[in-house]
Design a protein around this ligand. Sequence first.
Ligand SMILES: NC(=O)c1ccc[n+]([C@@H]2O[C@H](COP(=O)([O-])OP(=O)(O)OC[C@H]3O[C@@H](n4cnc5c(N)ncnc54)[C@H](O)[C@@H]3O)[C@@H](O)[C@H]2O)c1
Ligand SMILES: O=c1ccn([C@@H]2O[C@H](COP(=O)(O)OP(=O)(O)O[C@H]3O[C@H](CO)[C@H](O)[C@H](O)[C@H]3O)[C@@H](O)[C@H]2O)c(=O)[nH]1
Length: 344
Amino acid sequence: MAILVTGGAGYIGSHMVWALLDAGEDVVVIDRLSTGFRWAVAPQARFYLGDVGDETVLRQVFAENAIEAIIHFAGSIVVPESVADPLSYYENNTGKTRVLMSAALKAGVNRLIFSSTAAVYGTPDVAEPVSETAPLRPENPYGQSKLMSELMLRDVAHAHDFRYVALRYFNVAGADPQGRTGQSTDSATHLIKVACEAALGKRRSVSVYGTDYPTRDGTGIRDYIHVADLVEAHLCALAHLRRGGTSLVANCGYGKGFSVLDVLNAVTRAAGRPIAIEYGPRRAGDAAFVVADASLARKELGWVPRHDDLDRIVETAIAWEARLSHDVSNDIGTLRRRLAASGF
Ligand SMILES: NC(=O)c1ccc[n+]([C@@H]2O[C@H](COP(=O)([O-])OP(=O)(O)OC[C@H]3O[C@@H](n4cnc5c(N)ncnc54)[C@H](O)[C@@H]3O)[C@@H](O)[C@H]2O)c1
Ligand SMILES: O=c1ccn([C@@H]2O[C@H](COP(=O)(O)OP(=O)(O)O[C@H]3O[C@H](CO)[C@H](O)[C@H](O)[C@H]3O)[C@@H](O)[C@H]2O)c(=O)[nH]1
């Protein structure tokens, strides 16, 4: 039996594929390569170029592979884009999740792990770690589209023989400690990615969005989780579903908050040289403090994080960024030529 990873050519999905292969699993990937890269998919995985909203390709995937469970990463993830074009987010994140679930039920696949987000909570009322029972008040179409998918999963699990785990990720960062994959998107806006690019001279400076938050140094506080621990939580969720565990929704974070300045200091330490910092106004829609209460994932899924260290997260992110500058551009050229030769 194989695990189907949707969005397996993307940042988190490509780490998941490696983690599954490392664990001895058989892996099938479907990705339309809108933000992902074919070269990011481990060669041992079977790859389908296609859209998770395309019933024909889904039927083909389910017919050609014995799929035991789905790990569903495919989606659109840029918050301001979701505000500007909400319908495309409801279509790609909610509508296509519906198509995928429908095709899975028809094919008799009844286990799914879903990529949700801390954005479903909106701005927490108090500066305290947020648990899964906190009010759900997404403040943008991205968060809303993910919450709607969670609700579909809940209802389908009530109506059918179907179990799921929805993981609400906090701030995912870092790269595979073995250097096999990392965050490769060109126009990423995430703080650690941006700061690593600045440290390597790929951009002139980093802007600090707001210095007047009610936090210890005036900058925004987030819970940064190493992507390797995040994919480990998915392996725990898979084991939970395999042993007959009930459907559940769980936060993925460390429960520790770091400010923007903490992150920039860590990047400076890792790079061994200062980065240019510009202090600017707040970015619209940013909360002061977003930190997970992740006790449920530890208790129910037996998740034990192994990379809970901001310096380590940043070191792996910089190492990947450096590789991306040198090797990967060559790899992309090689891969493009290989794919062109094989008809893509
Ligand atoms: N990166 C984060 O900090 C973060 C935080 C919370 C939740 N998430 C969720 O995790 C998941 C993965 O995020 P990521 O950071 O790896 O993003 P990403 O953009 O790197 O990966 C998404 C992948 O899905 C593919 N894709 C998108 N729509 C598709 C479709 N309709 N059919 C087939 N493939 C499609 C893209 O080509 C890409 O390879 C997303 O669902 C995102 O909402 C990410
Ligand atoms: O160039 C930058 C980028 C970010 N920040 C600050 O750094 C912190 C982190 O910002 P990111 O853009 O890295 O991440 P967000 O917290 O905005 O968003 C993340 O967390 C959300 C949930 O809270 C969603 O899951 C979303 O997908 C995920 O990217 C914020 O205080 C932000 O204001 C800067 O100061 N400068």
